[in-house]
Design a binder for this molecule. Structure first.
Ligand SMILES: [Zn+2]
Length: 601
C-alpha cells in the first residue's frame, strides 16, 4: 500500500491509554491550572490597569487548553478506534475532571471581565496585542453576563459531569454494544457493528440487501429505544433547565449564538430550502424509475445507481487518496500539497474492521498544529467523498494554525464550509471528467445524495428537533410520540415522496445525543449552501482564488457570519436570494441527471 490506512497513535503518546507519559502530562496540566488560578486571583483590574498581567493569564490559558485538548483527542482516538478499550473511559474521566476544574476557574475569570465597566474595558482593548483578540474577548464577556453566581456555576459544572455529559456517553456505550444481524445468500447470519451495518445498508448495490439490513436496523434500534427515550429526554431536559437558569428566551437562542448567526439568517435559509424542493423530488422520482421501483424506500435514497454497463465505482484506499489529491490540485496547490502531506503521514484512520465507532470526523492535535481524521473506508464513492470532506476540515485548521487560540475558535456552521467546499471540488471535477453518460449519471447521483441530505434529511432533523424541544419544554416525551414526531418531520422534509420512513431515526442518529451543542443539524445545511456560494465565486474568478479562500477561512473565528459573508462575498445572509443561488447550483445537477437518464428508464 502506498498510503497506510491506520493512524499512528504511538507517535502522539506511546503506550496507549495506560501510558505513564499520558499520566505525567495530565499531572503537569493540573499543575498549570493551579498556576493559572493564582494568576487570576492576583489580577486586580481596579488597582492596576496595565495589560501585561492579563496577557500572562491568556498565555497560560493557551498552553493549558492546547495540552488538555491534545490529551482528550488522543484518548478519544483510542476509544473510537478500539471500542473494547475500557480504560479509555477511565482516562476520559480524568480529563473531564480537569476540564471542569478549568471551567470553574474560567467562570471566576469571566466574572472579573464582566465586572469591568464598559468604558474601561473598551480602553483596555486598545492595547495592540489585545486588539487582535478583541472579538473573542468581547464574546466571552457578553456570554459571561448570563452567568449565575460563582458558587451556582460551580455546582452546575460539577453536576454536568454526571448529567449532560454522562447521558451522551451512555448513548455511546449502548451503541457500542449493539449489533445488527445480516443473513447472506447462503443463509449464513453474521452480526455487524452499527457502523458496518449502516455503511452497507446505504451503499450496497443490491436492493434486497439494503431492505433486509434496514428492517433489522430499525428493529435493533426499537429494541433499545426505551433506553434512548430516557437518554434523549434527560439530556435535553437537563439542557432546557440550564438554558432557563441562564435566562435564555428560547431553546434556539443558544445554538444561534454559538453559530454566531441571527434567527433571520436561519429563517431565510430554511425558507429558501422549503420553497425550492421540486428539482430534488424530481430527482428522487427519476432515481426510483432507474432502480425499477415505484417509490424509493428510506434505505434507497443514497443507493448507488447501477444502470447500463456501469458498475458502481469502487476504489482502493490508495486510489481514493490519489484521486482526492489530484482533484484538489485543480482548485489550488496549497490544498493539494496539504492533503498529500496528511495522507502520507498517517493522519487518517480508515481501516474497515469491527469494534470501530461509526461515522467520520476530523479532530485537532493543537500541540502538533496537526489534525487527525477518523472514518471507515469501504471502497465506495461516498467514502472518497467523506475523505475529501474531513481533509477540508483539516485544511481549515491548517490555514489558521499560526493564529492565537482565541481567534481559531470557529463555529460549526462555518466549520462545515471548508469540508463541503472540498467535497464540491471532488464532486464537480469527477462529473466533468466522466467519460460516458452512464458514469456521469452515477457520479451525479452521488453528488445529489449530498443535496438531498442537506435539503431533506437534515431539514427533517431540524423540524424534528424543533418540535421535540417544544414538547420537551412541557414534559417527558414518550417513545411513541418521538417516533410520530420523526415520521411527521421526514414526511414534511421529503415532501412525502418516499415509500417508507425511519421512525427510530432519532435513536440511530448520534447527532441528537451530542452534549456540547444542541441542534447539531442546521449548521450542516448552512455550511453546504455557504460553500456553494463560495464555489460560484471561484467559478467566476478562478485565478488566484485560493488565496482569497484562505483569507475568508482565517476570518471565520473572529466575525459573525453575516459580517463574514458581507466582507468576503458581498452578500446579505438574511435574504433568501443568497441561499437560493446555492440551491440553483445543486438543482442544475438534478436537471442534468434527469436529462441524461431519460433514455435509460
Ligand atoms: Zn464535517
Amino acid at each position: 500500500m502506498k498510503y497506510v490506512d491506520t493512524w499512528d497513535l504511538d507517535a502522539i503518546i506511546p503506550g496507549g491509554t495506560k501510558s505513564p507519559e499520558l499520566q505525567e502530562k495530565l499531572q503537569k496540566i493540573d499543575q498549570q491550572i493551579n498556576e493559572w488560578e493564582q494568576l487570576i486571583k492576583q489580577w486586580n483590574f481596579s488597582e492596576n490597569q496595565s495589560a501585561e498581567p492579563f496577557k500572562r493569564i491568556l498565555e497560560k490559558q493557551e498552553t493549558i487548553e492546547k495540552g488538555l485538548s491534545q490529551s482528550a483527542t488522543f484518548v478519544q482516538m483510542w476509544h473510537d478506534a478500539f471500542m473494547n478499550d475500557e480504560y479509555a473511559n477511565v482516562v476520559m474521566g480524568q480529563i473531564l475532571d480537569l476540564d471542569s476544574k478549568l471551567e470553574n476557574i474560567n467562570t471566576a475569570f469571566t466574572k472579573k471581565l464582566v465586572a469591568i465597566p464598559d468604558q474601561d474595558w473598551n480602553t483596555f482593548l486598545q492595547d495592540d496585542e489585545l486588539k487582535k483578540v478583541a472579538f473573542a474577548l468581547n464574546e466571552i464577556r457578553n456570554k459571561g453576563k448570563r452567568l449565575l453566581s460563582e458558587a451556582e456555576e460551580k455546582i452546575i459544572t460539577e453536576l454536568n459531569k454526571d448529567g449532560l455529559t454522562a447521558w451522551s456517553r451512555l448513548y455511546d456505550t449502548v451503541v457500542s454494544m449493539m449489533t445488527i444481524p445480516f443473513t447472506d445468500k447462503d443463509g449464513k447470519t453474521v452480526e455487524l457493528s452499527v457502523g458496518q451495518a449502516m455503511n452497507r445498508m446505504y451503499a450496497d448495490p443490491d436492493p434486497e440487501v439494503r431492505k433486509q439490513l434496514f428492517t433489522n436496523w430499525e428493529a435493533a434500534w426499537e429494541k433499545f429505544a426505551p433506553i434512548f427515550t430516557d437518554t434523549i429526554n434527560h439530556l435535553d431536559g437537563f439542557r432546557i433547565t440550564l438554558q432557563n437558569f441562564h435566562n435564555r428566551k428560547d431553546y434556539l437562542e443558544e445554538p444561534l449564538e454559538y453559530n454566531r448567526m441571527t434567527k433571520d439568517t436561519l429563517d431565510a435559509m430554511w425558507t429558501a430550502v422549503a420553497n425550492n424542493k421540486q428539482p430534488f423530488i424530481d430527482f428522487l422520482k427519476q432515481k426510483a424509475k432507474l432502480l425499477d421501483m415505484e417509490k424509493l424506500g428510506w434505505q434507497d435514497v443514497d443507493a448507488p445507481v447501477t444502470v447500463g454497463d456501469s458498475k458502481a465505482s469502487r476504489f482502493t484506499y490508495d486510489e481514493a487518496c490519489d484521486f482526492v489529491i489530484e482533484h484538489f490540485a485543480s482548485f489550488g496547490p496549497k490544498l493539494a500539497d496539504f492533503a498529500k502531506h496528511a495522507l502520507e503521514n498517517r493522519w487518517v484512520e480508515a481501516e474497515d474492521r469491527p469494534n470501530k465507532r461509526p461515522g467520520g470526523y476530523c479532530t485537532d492535535l493543537p500541540e502538533f498544529e496537526e489534525s487527525r481524521i477518523f472514518m471507515t473506508f469501504t471502497g465506495s464513492m461516498s467514502d472518497a467523498s467523506t475523505l475529501a470532506h474531513e481533509l477540508g476540515h483539516a485544511f481549515h485548521s491548517h490555514v489558521m494554525r499560526d493564529l492565537p487560540t482565541l481567534n481559531r475558535n470557529y463555529a460549526m456552521n462555518v466549520a462545515e464550509t471548508a469540508s463541503t467546499f472540498a467535497e464540491t471540488i471532488i464532486g464537480n471535477a469527477t462529473v466533468a471528467n466522466a467519460k460516458t453518460d452512464v458514469e456521469k449519471i452515477s457520479l451525479l447521483n452521488d453528488k445529489l445524495g449530498n443535496a438531498v441530505a442537506m435539503f431533506m434529511n437534515i431539514h427533517a432533523r431540524f423540524i424534528f428537533e424543533n418540535n421535540f424541544y417544544q414538547e420537551r419544554t412541557k414534559g417527558i416525551v414518550s417513545e411513541q410520540r418521538l417516533n410520530e414526531l420523526m415520521v411527521e418531520a421526514q414526511k414534511e422534509a421529503y415532501c412525502d415522496c418516499l415509500a417508507g420512513y425511519h421512525p427510530h431515526f432519532w435513536c440511530s442518529k448520534l447527532h441528537f445525543f451530542i452534549d456540547d451543542v444542541p441542534f447539531y443539524n442546521f449548521p450542516y445545511t448552512f455550511g453546504y449552501l455557504f460553500s456553494l456560494g463560495i464555489y460560484a465565486e471561484f467559478l467566476n474568478n478562478p485565478t488566484g482564488f485560493e488565496e482569497k479562500y484562505i483569507a475568508l477561512l482565517r476570518d471565520t473565528g473572529t466575525m459573525k457570519v453575516e459580517e463574514l459573508a458581507m466582507k468576503h462575498l458581498g452578500v446579505d445572509l438574511t435574504k433568501p436570494q443568497f441561499w437560493e443561488a446555492g440551491i440553483q447550483l445543486a438543482a442544475k445537477d438534478a436537471e442534468e441527471f434527469i436529462r441524461l437518464s431519460e433514455k435509460l428508464v
